[in-house]
Structures are given as C-alpha cells and as structure tokens.
Design a protein around this ligand. Sequence first.
Ligand code: SF4
Length: 276
Amino acid sequence: MLVMAVSPLTGLAISGQSRMTACARSPLTGAIGDSQCGGFFPAEMRSAAVDAIVFTGRAPEPVYLWVHDGEAELRPAGHLWGKVTGEVDRLLKAEVGDPKAEVAQIGPAGENLVRYAAIMNMVNRANGRTGMGAVMGSKRLKAVVVRGTKSPKPAQPAEFRGLVKRLKELQEANPGINWFGQYGTAGVLAIQDKMGGQPTRNYTEGTFEQCKDIDGSTMVKTILKERDTCYACVIKCKRVVEVHDPDLEVDPVYGGPEYETLTFFGSMCGVGDLKL
Ligand code: SF4
C-alpha cells in the first residue's frame, strides 16, 4: 500500500506548508517509509479536492492517475514508461491539456525498482527518502497528475491574513532564515565541514579540502541564475542554475544541486568541481 497525503492546512497561502507525505513499507529498510516533498504539487493536490490517495495492488500495465476537481481517472502510461522526468512532465501536461497541472512521477530508477528511488514533482522536487519511487514502480504507477479549482478557504479570513502577515514579518527578520534563502541547503556544506562532520571520501574523513569550491556561497557566485520557491513560501531556497560550458550539457529544468547531491557526488567522491 502507498499513501500520498496532505494536511488540512495544505493549499492555504502559508509560507513553508506546501508539503505532501508519501508513506509505504520501505523497500530499502523493510520498516515504515515516510518521505516528504515540497513544490506546488501538494497545494495543487488540495485544490483538486483531495486530502489523501491510497494505492493498493498492482496495475497489469503502466498507468498514471489523473485527478481534477475531485474526479479520479486511471489512464494508460505505456507510452511514458522508460522516459525521463523532464520529458514526461511536458508530455503529461500536454495530454491533460493544462500547463498548470502538477505531476508527481517516477523515472527509470523507480520503474526498475531501485530501492532508494524518489518520486519527483516539478521535475526537481523530491519525495527523496525511503524508496517511495520504487513502491510506485512496483505498482506500475508512472505518475499522479493533479489540477483543481477548489483551493481551501480559511474559516476566519481576517484573522488568517493577520497570522500570515506576522509569520512573514518574523521570517524576514530572522537572519538564519534569510541565510537559508540565500544559500539553500548547499550552504550547509561549509558548516558541516567546519564542524568536521562533512561526509568525505565514503565517510573516511569529516572535512573536504575543496569544500569551499562546491558549497552554497560558490554556487551563488558562479552557476546560480535565480532562486525558486514552493507554493506561497517567502524563503525561496530552491536553486535555478545555468552552466555555460561547451563540454557539459546541463538542463536547467532539473534545478540546482541540494546538500545531499553536493555531498554524495562531491565530497563523498572527492570531486571539488561544482559544474561536474
Ligand atoms: S522554498 Fe525551500 S524553505 Fe520554502 S517551502 Fe520550499 S523547500 Fe521549504
């Protein structure tokens, strides 16, 4: 069984609340798998009048679920199987005829039951932990596409607006939150390195001599084009990058690297070049 669920507050314009949790037995650990994503998918799922979706069993052929304003429909996805996320995102938005539809999907890793495969939405936002993508793959569920017009309304609009305004003021006055918006999760590398806790060369060391070359401050000065956000979030910690190098093909649709990517493809492998 796989459950995708949002909270009663999801879809309201509260900074940092656009979250969808995917739960199932983890193929990686055998224990409870619980993984959370951000982006615009969670808010759109709520606008589609859905609080939770429970998937049981296994489809005989690949399918995707199309949910729009409370209506749910399983559609064939054989033509999408084997394709990567950027292409599938474009194809599904065209297929449902709405560029504002949001797509949570698996790529070839989930299809092939890689035990730590992620579920991706907006192509670059991940339910990245505990292998929930492999659970989708085991059900031959390629994607969930949501679109709706039934966004939730606060019961007391004036009080709600006051609380949102206060939250925004508190966030904007908080130096830690501003720092996080500026450098994103990539900023954590330098802190971890300073404390001797930056995973390096397959955990044999806790500091990386080229950490400065791959951390968030270097990204800001080199490949960062702009900051992106999740629904209603004022922090904008997501990275949009642009790499100008004739020898490298970097598709900006996949977003800039997060702390985990920089660590596992960077310091853990002894690689100190941000562009790689
Ligand atoms: S933009 Fe960053 S801080 Fe804001 S909700 Fe998304 S992940 Fe969280």
